[in-house]
Each structure stands twice: as structure tokens, then as C-alpha cells.
Design a binder for this molecule. Structure first.
Ligand SMILES: [Zn+2]
Length: 355
């Protein structure tokens, strides 16, 4: 099939447009080759022996296998310089997609508990990578420290995370407390006190909710944790009152369509509620979650929005505007990022004759 010229121009626009990502997990961004190198450095056995089988290992099969790959990536992060490398490579991958700014989730408590990596040294490694990414590729990042709901250590995983991040300075880059892990069986009220403490310390708060659970879990997350944004939140579509509430209160959702497809949260993309939530006025952002493990990139997610839901240039721009507005940058930096992206988008639209 020959692609019509206008579609080709839109595809070029998608590839080159400035982007912002708010929901990506550091451990889930590790490149396969980096997993191989780190495993070799630390003498960790991987269930693969060559590059071809490594590529096959990374290919998404089912949720259990995804967890196996994710755990292998975490296992191979042993020293601060490993974290610096992964952050730096995330910066390089982001720059290749014209991502200007990212808010990156990471899981400090399991790294400390399972592998003895202290929070301060871990963060120092990440910030070394952040500095290199900024200087080399002009990509800016901030951190969201996630507590793990179903950690072997129990709710203390979230408490400890707050202990570590509550007293940091702005230059440390940690802007929010997050909440990840298994939703079912670990309701938000278990973490209400920790979230309260984080908010009192001036941190933003976000929580995964309504990915594998229904709208009731989103309601109770709003009630108990008072999140500034919700990770996923797509099952809100089953409750029109909740959809109306999210639209009215402008609580943004961090939506990750390919992730939802891979993990079986939606049966196929045609069933994904992205367009319906957007049409109902909910502030949506688009994200990649664990890109190499789900076989996607943020650019691919924008392509998917076009192909699956018929969005054009103006709407694709709008999702980047949404992400900037939903970000946790201070107002002056938010304004500067918005102006820069506007300038770049306008110039792209003109050069591709998309006016
Ligand atoms: Zn996530």
C-alpha cells in the first residue's frame, strides 16, 4: 500500500515532535545489551546465552514472563554506576525520540532490601546519569520514588520510601512519591499515612490505580491518597460518575496503551477506552511504561493514537501540552518547557506543510 503524502508528513511530525513522558519505570527501560553486560560484570546467570536468545527473552510473551525479565533487570543493578548507566542510556533513547523531559519511576526499597544498595548511593548514581543525560543530550529528568504495595516487607516499603525522600533538597531531583506493585489485595488505605506524610513534606503524590482493578479502587485511591495524577486509571470508563469527577477535577491519567494490551488489561486496542475518556474531557497523557519489555517507544504510542483512534496533529500536540501541564515541574520551568515545545511544534508544522 502506498502511504498518502499527508499521512507520511504526519508520521514525520510524530517522529520529530517534542515529547514529554510522565510514566516510565527506570528498571523497565534497561536495554537487552545492558542486561547482558551487567549480568556478565556481576557474574549473574541469565536464562539466555547469546544475543539472539537475549532478544527472544526480552520479547513480551505473557505477564509472568514480563515479571521474570523485570526481576532479571533489577537483579543486575548492583552498584551506583549501574544506575548511572541505565539513566544515561534512557536519556540517549529519549533524545532519539525528541523527548525533552521525563518523570521516571524507580523502586528504591527492594534495591536496598534485596541487594543492600543504600538509598543515598543509589540516588547519587541516578543523578550522575541524569547530569550526563542533560549535558550530552539536553534531556531533563525528575524522579518518582515508588513504594511497592505487595513487597515482602509489607507497607513498610512505602513508609521507608517516604523516610528517604521526605528531607531531600530540590537538586536531588525526587519530586514525588509513587505507588506500584500488585493492586489486588493491597488497597490504598494501607498507605494513607505514608502518603499523608509525603504530601506534608511538600512532595507530589501519584499512584497506580484502575489498571487491574475497577473504578471502586480509583475512588478509594482518590479518597485515601489524594493523588495529583493517577497511573493508568483506565477502568474509570466503567463508571460515568467517576469519569465526570476526573474531568471536573482535572486529575490527569497517565495512560499506557501498549502496556495495557500486553498485560491483558484490554483485549485489543479497539477496546481501549483512551478516546472515550478523552472525549469525556479527562486530562490524558500518553506513556510507554516499560518500553523495551513491552516492545514499544513513546513515539510508537503516539503512532498508535493516530492509527487506532484517528487523532490528527492538533490532538497529538494537545497530549504533549497535557503532559507538560500535568508534570510536577515548578511553574517557571513548566512555562519554559511549554514555550520551547510550542516553538518546535510550530516550526515542524510549517516545515512539513501541515498548516
Ligand atoms: Zn507503571
Amino acid at each position: 500500500m502506498i502511504t498518502p503524502p499527508d499521512q507520511d508528513a504526519v508520521d514525520q511530525f510524530i517522529a520529530a515532535m517534542p515529547k514529554v513522558e510522565l510514566h516510565v519505570h527506570l528498571e523497565g527501560t534497561m536495554r537487552p545489551a545492558t542486561l547482558r553486560d551487567l549480568a556478565r560484570n556481576h557474574r549473574i546467570d541469565l536464562p539466555v546465552s547469546d544475543d539472539a536468545s537475549l532478544a527472544a527473552f526480552y520479547r513480551f510473551r505473557d505477564f509472568d514472563h514480563f515479571i521474570e525479565v523485570y526481576v532479571a533487570a533489577c537483579e543486575c543493578l548492583r552498584h551506583p554506576e549501574d544506575f548511572a548507566r541505565v539513566v544515561c542510556e534512557l536519556g540517549e533513547d529519549a533524545a532519539s525520540q525528541h523527548i525533552r523531559y521525563l518523570e521516571v519511576h524507580f523502586n528504591p526499597e527492594p534495591h536496598a532490601r534485596k541487594r543492600g544498595i543504600g538509598f543515598t548511593e543509589l540516588l547519587a548514581g541516578m543523578n550522575e546519569g541524569r547530569r550526563a543525560a542533560r549535558e550530552t543530550w539536553g534531556v531533563d529528568m525528575r524522579w518518582i520514588a515508588d513504594g511497592v504495595r505487595d513487597a515482602d516487607s509489607g507497607p513498610i516499603s512505602v513508609e521507608k520510601t517516604v523516610d528517604w525522600i521526605a528531607g531531600l533538597s530540590r537538586t536531588d531531583g525526587v519530586i514525588a512519591l509513587g505507588l506500584g506493585g500488585r493492586e489486588i489485595g493491597y488497597p490504598p488505605e494501607l498507605f494513607a499515612a505514608a502518603f499523608h506524610r509525603a504530601r506534608k513534606a511538600g512532595l507530589h503524590v501519584v499512584a497506580h490505580a484502575g489498571e487491574t482493578t475497577g473504578p471502586d479502587a480509583i475512588w478509594s485511591t482518590l479518597r485515601h491518597l489524594h493523588p495529583d495524577r493517577i497511573g493508568h486509571g483506565i477502568t474509570a470508563i466503567h463508571d460515568p460518575v467517576l469519569v465526570g469527577h476526573l474531568a471536573e477535577t482535572r486529575i490527569p491519567l497517565e495512560v499506557c496503551p501498549t502496556s495495557n494490551l500486553r498485560t491483558g488489561v484490554v483485549s485489543d486496542l479497539a477496546a481501549h477506552p483512551f478516546r472515550r475518556l478523552d472525549d469525556a474531557g479527562v486530562q490524558l497523557t500518553v506513556n510507554s511504561d516499560d518500553p523495551p519489555m513491552f516492545g514499544t517507544t513513546l513515539t510508537d504510542e503516539f503512532r498508535l493514537l493516530r492509527q487506532q483512534f484517528g487523532y490528527g496533529v492538533a490532538d497529538l500536540r494537545r497530549f504533549t501540552v497535557n503532559a507538560i501541564s500535568a508534570s510536577f515541574l515548578p511553574p517557571d520551568e513548566k512555562q519554559a518547557l511549554q514555550s520551547r515545545c510550542d516553538r518546535e511544534m510550530n516550526s515542524l508544522v510549517h516545515s512539513l506543510d501541515l498548516v
